[in-house]
Design a protein around this ligand. Structure first.
Ligand SMILES: [Zn+2]
Length: 432
């Protein structure tokens, strides 16, 4: 028998098609939402949400979660030094380090209202264990690249296929394919990834046009910009998620729209690494490209906080366009919830608080100073522009609480933190 839980008397930010916000209740039965509004029920359990905002869990559409272990290892340096430093550390990592880093990253996500992540890494089998243990929802993509560029044992495409086969039909894990990018992937590698996606009924995510260097080097080699090139070889496909998309022209924006590829915008990572330029998100919206948000990894961000990502996304485009009306609070919240759900093909299950959807829900204590005053009419602005992550009280995924009254209930948080500190120190010692 499945448990029923009534989340009572909160300000509910539904993210339904009318974008309604009202005071009311949410009924959860098993892993799904079965009532929203003024619900009369005799649940097994009541969670009092008075004085709280109840919202859909946030979806982080681009991250390398286990790099949480490499937080703040290479800051305020040029991209080449950043890459040297992070690659040097990365090459020393054991699968155990990857698992500990993933657990640390998942803790941070649960504490900052993220319920679903799209992860991009190798050793995703180890990451899947950490994600399942804490109880988040993971779309996990094993990285595929040309054999000559990798430190993976065996062929990356085979490793990816094995990972997919071993992780199908799990409630919280959806195996996907990560293609590193044009700078380390031949056309053949791209098309092998596409064939695998078709065969396994999944989708591809890839880094795309992140830096000017990447775009111009590719154009020098092939005569085409990366998006044009990937369109020409027949790689782009509906349902894919391309991360970054900073250096793309309006024609490339249209190409992505035509192909049905969404873009995971990563404003913090792009600003911090000084990728230069700003992803043309208003044009993507105007041309019908789905845009979601990602934090990227902890060595370039250095946070996995999606509330911060929403704020920076909005502010970056306002500052860049000299226009306070672009990327409104409502729109960036959409990008982290309903638009993200659509980008990953999960719009029937995720992204909003509506009857029939999965119970991925976050409750924020709106009596914390940083959130006062919160009313239905300003709740969305507070979620985006104030500091909600310090007020996240409960995080529920698939009908089960991961964070309850500010305490992680699925794993021993202190144990993970201690292990992460040790592993991070071990990595620094090894790389000296
Ligand atoms: Zn990335």
């Amino acid at each position: 028998m499945s448990l029923s839980i009534l989340v009572k008397s909160g300000i509910i930010v539904t993210q339904n098609w009318k974008r309604e916000v009202f005071k009311g209740d949410v009924l959860i039965e098993g892993d799904r939402i079965s009532g929203v509004g003024h619900v009369k029920a005799r649940p097994d359990e009541i969670i009092d949400a008075s004085g709280c905002v109840v919202m859909p869990g946030l979806i982080n559409c681009h991250t390398h979660v286990s790099m949480a272990l490499m937080r703040s290892v290479a800051d305020d340096v040029k991209l080449e030094q950043f890459l040297d430093k992070t690659f040097a550390l990365d090459s020393k990592r054991t699968p155990e380090d990857v698992g500990i880093g993933a657990a640390l990253g998942c803790l941070e996500m649960a504490r900052s209202g993220t319920t679903t992540l799209l992860d991009f890494y190798y050793s995703e089998d180890v990451i899947a264990k950490a994600v399942e243990k804490i109880g988040l929802r993971g779309y996990l993509g094993w990285t595929v690249l040309d054999e000559k560029f990798t430190t993976q044992k065996g062929k990356p495409i085979n490793n990816c296929e094995n990972f997919i086969k071993a992780h199908k039909n799990r409630p919280l894990i959806k195996p996907i394919i990560s293609v590193q990018g044009v700078y380390v992937c031949s056309d053949e590698t791209f098309m092998q990834a596409r064939a695998l996606a078709k065969k396994e009924n999944t989708f591809c995510q890839y880094h795309l046009s992140e830096t000017r260097y990447e775009v111009y080097e590719h154009a020098k080699k092939t005569g085409k910009r990366p998006v044009e090139h990937l369109a020409d070889i027949g790689f782009l496909a509906k349902g894919d998620v391309a991360a970054h998309g900073v250096w793309i022209t309006i024609n490339e924006v249209r190409e992505l729209a035509k192909a049905g590829v969404s873009v995971a915008h990563c404003p913090t990572s792009n600003m911090k690494l000084a990728s230069g330029g700003v992803a043309p998100v208003p044009e993507m919206h105007a041309e019908g490209v789905g845009v979601c948000l990602g934090t990227d990894g902890c060595s370039s961000n250095n946070s996995l906080d999606m509330f911060l990502e929403m704020k920076f996304a909005s502010l970056l485009h306002k500052a860049h366009r000299w226009d306070a009306t672009v990327l409104s609070a409502q729109k960036v919240l959409d990008m982290a919830t309903v638009d993200a759900a659509k980008a990953i093909g999960a719009e029937k299950d995720l992204g909003s608080i509506e009857v029939g959807k999965k119970a991925d829900i976050v409750i924020i204590d709106a009596k914390k100073a940083a959130m006062v005053p919160t009313r239905p009419d300003n709740a969305i602005a507070n979620l985006v522009y104030a500091s909600p992550s310090q007020a996240v009280r409960d995080t529920m995924v698939d009908g089960k609480l991961v964070l309850r009254n500010g305490k992680i209930v699925t794993i021993d948080e202190a144990e993970v933190v201690a292990a992460a500190e040790n592993a991070a120190q071990g990595l620094l010692d090894k790389s000296r």
